[in-house]
Design a protein around this ligand. Structure first.
Ligand code: SF4
Ligand code: SF4
Ligand code: SF4
Length: 270
C-alpha cells in the first residue's frame, strides 16, 4: 500500500491549474533534500496532456494530467548506478539531488518520460509528490490543492480503494506497478450523419449496426441524423445502416485508431 493518486478524466476541464501550481511550488524554490529548484522552462513535473479525437464537427477533447507514477517496481531506481533514487515507506519515489550525478540512466530507463535533466545543476529531476510539504504538515500536494474540480485525489491507497476500483493505469504493459490511477478515460468513437440528398434533409431513426471481430453495437440516428458509437476499442469496424424507405448501406474497413468521423453519408431511396 502507500500513497496513490487518482485522476478522474471526466472531472478534468483542462484548466491547467495543477500544472501551474507545480511550477509555482518548484521553480526557483530549493527544497533540498527533496529536490533542487526546477528550471523555469523545459520541465513539467506535471504536464496536462490534451487529447483531441475525431474531426470537425464531431470532435471530443479530454485532458490527462501526467506525472511520475511513483511505481512500485520503479525502473528508475533499478537503473541508477549511484543509488540516488529511493522509494519511501509511504510509496513516493524521490531522486536525492545530492547523490545524483546527472548521468541520465534513469531518464533512459523510465518508460513514461517523466524525468528531466537539469543541465545547469547537472542532475535529474521529477515530481516529488510534494514530499517536502507532506512531511511538514500539508495534507495534499500542490497540484491536488489547486484543482478546482477535485479531478486529482491523493491519499493512502486503502482510503482511495473505491475510486481505484475500475480505474486504469498509464501503459499497464510496462509492468512497473504505477501508483497513479486514471478514471473515466474515454475510449474512441465512430460517428457520422445520415442525409437524404433528394429531400435535402437528415435521416432520423435509422438503425446503425457496428461490428468488429464478433462484437456488435447498435444505435439509431437522432433528430440531427447523427449516430454515435462511444467508448470503442481501437480496431477495424464495419457499419451496416438501415432506414425505412432507403436501401441498406454498408461501410467497410473503418480503421478506428483515434476516433473516426465518417462525415455526411448519403442514403439512397429504395
Ligand atoms: S514513472 Fe518513471 S520516474 Fe516515476 S517511479 Fe516510475 S519509472 Fe521512476
Ligand atoms: S505532487 Fe507536487 S511535484 Fe508532483 S506533480 Fe503535484 S505539485 Fe508537482
Ligand atoms: S487543475 Fe484539475 S481540472 Fe484543471 S487541468 Fe488539472 S486536473 Fe484538470
Amino acid at each position: 500500500m502507500g500513497k496513490a493518486f487518482v485522476i478522474d478524466a471526466a472531472r478534468c476541464n483542462g484548466c491547467y491549474n495543477c500544472q501551474l501550481a507545480c511550477k509555482d511550488e518548484h521553480v526557483g524554490n530549493d527544497w533540498t533534500p527533496y529536490a533542487k529548484p526546477q528550471p523555469e522552462v523545459g520541465q513539467f513535473w506535471l504536464r496536462v496532456e490534451e487529447h483531441v479525437q475525431g474531426t470537425t464537427p464531431k470532435v471530443k477533447i479530454h485532458y490527462l494530467p501526467r506525472l511520475c507514477n511513483h511505481c512500485e517496481k520503479a525502473a528508475c531506481i533499478a537503473a541508477c548506478p549511484q543509488g540516488a533514487i529511493l522509494r519511501r515507506e509511504d510509496g513516493l519515489t524521490l531522486i536525492d539531488p545530492e547523490k545524483c550525478t546527472g548521468c541520465g540512466e534513469c531518464v533512459e530507463a523510465c518508460p513514461y518520460g517523466v524525468i528531466y535533466q537539469n543541465a545547469e545543476l547537472g542532475i535529474a529531476q521529477k515530481c516529488t509528490g510534494c514530499a517536502h510539504l507532506l512531511d511538514h504538515g500539508a495534507k495534499m500536494p500542490r497540484c491536488v490543492e489547486a484543482c478546482p474540480t477535485e479531478a486529482i485525489l491523493f491519499g493512502e491507497e486503502e482510503d482511495l480503494i473505491d475510486e481505484i476500483r475500475g480505474a486504469e493505469v498509464w501503459r499497464p504493459e510496462t509492468g512497473l506497478g504505477p501508483r497513479v490511477w486514471y478514471r473515466n478515460v474515454p475510449g474512441t468513437f465512430i460517428a457520422g450523419t445520415l442525409f437524404d440528398p433528394e429531400a435535402r434533409e437528415v435521416v432520423e431513426g435509422a438503425r446503425c449496426l457496428l461490428s468488429n471481430g464478433g462484437k456488435n453495437w447498435e444505435t439509431a440516428t437522432d433528430s440531427f441524423g447523427d449516430f454515435w458509437f462511444r467508448d470503442l476499442p481501437a480496431g477495424i469496424y464495419e457499419l451496416l445502416i438501415h432506414a425505412k424507405g432507403y436501401a441498406y448501406k454498408r461501410v467497410e474497413k473503418i480503421r478506428n485508431e483515434n476516433s473516426v468521423n465518417l462525415g455526411d453519408i448519403p442514403m439512397e431511396r429504395e
